[in-house]
Design a protein around this ligand. Sequence first.
Ligand code: M6R
Length: 364
Amino acid sequence: GKGNYRHFMEKELHEHPAVLGDTLRQYLDPKTLEVRLPRLPFDPARITRLTISACGSAFLAGMVGRYWIEQLARLPVDADVASEFRYRNPPLPEQGAAILISQSGETADNMAALRLLKEAGQRVLSVVNVPESSMARESDGALLTVAGPEIGVASTKAFTAQLAVLACLAIGFGRARRELSTLDEGRLAQTLLEVPSHAAAILEQDAQIRELAAEVAKARDVLFLGRGALYPIALEGALKLKEISYIHAEGYAAGEMKHGPIALIDSEVPVIALCPSGPLFEKTASNLQEAAARGGRVMAFTDAEGAKALSRFAERVIVLPQLGEFSTPILYAIPVQLLAYHVAVLKGTDVDQPRNLAKSVTVE
Ligand code: M6R
């Protein structure tokens, strides 16, 4: 049941810290700070290219995975939504490898992608939440997200659990390909292990996020901006908001704003920015300043350091815990999901069963 929560989605949002802890413990040794992966169906040191296929939020997790794997393992990654991947007749390398991501393990387009990949001789690893699912059974190997059953149609804890698994895979691949030193591995593992407690701290900021939601609920259109591995999280924020509050939202790479969407900006459009301090901060902050200069209502998620610069022009700044850059996509996913939840509650929609949507999309 829902326990003391109003909706399954609320309950599942509050399971983020526990689920992240459980999933990380599955693949990361907290004592030695080493990633420990089960035997994979391919050798990450010997592949030249990796294909990632998924749908919806799982695809957005895959996009983050691409940033991580390319960065840490120097392995080229192609990530696509299953419904495009399966019809574009992609050239695939001999002995190539693929990762499929899915909460349910039953999504029709991704099952078709799986069969196509196997016919093309690819070794397929799936990252799934349901161990007995078709995808887990038909893949050459499966890594489980330890999220427990997810009832709300909007994916929450399964999404961050997918990110946790992909983060471990990226580190494991980096080591296998000799791109990461033991020291690097330990440092990255350390920031991952800090995620669950920071996730709990973010859930404590509920009241602040509810205030932001009250503003967002009045809008007709909302823009989410992020850069680097936070760009897919901006897409996740927009997807979740559309899905359960029915407000039109778009996620954009911060640097792309000036190539079109800036034309939309006026004092009616909240611009929700994911902008932690770090190497990409300055560029994103200047994109946001441009939005503010055109009357845009900038509402930023950042950390204490970023807040200093952003509060000069942002209408609202929500200060999140500061964490190693590597782990920020996992952390920043939580407040954007929480925001969508509160907006939906304010709008009075059917949060757990949004109109026209199914939990598991078994049609093509
Ligand atoms: O079960 P799957 O992870 O394969 O489902 C994929 C998408 O249908 C799913 O993530 C969908 O986008 C969610 N409702 C998003 O919140």
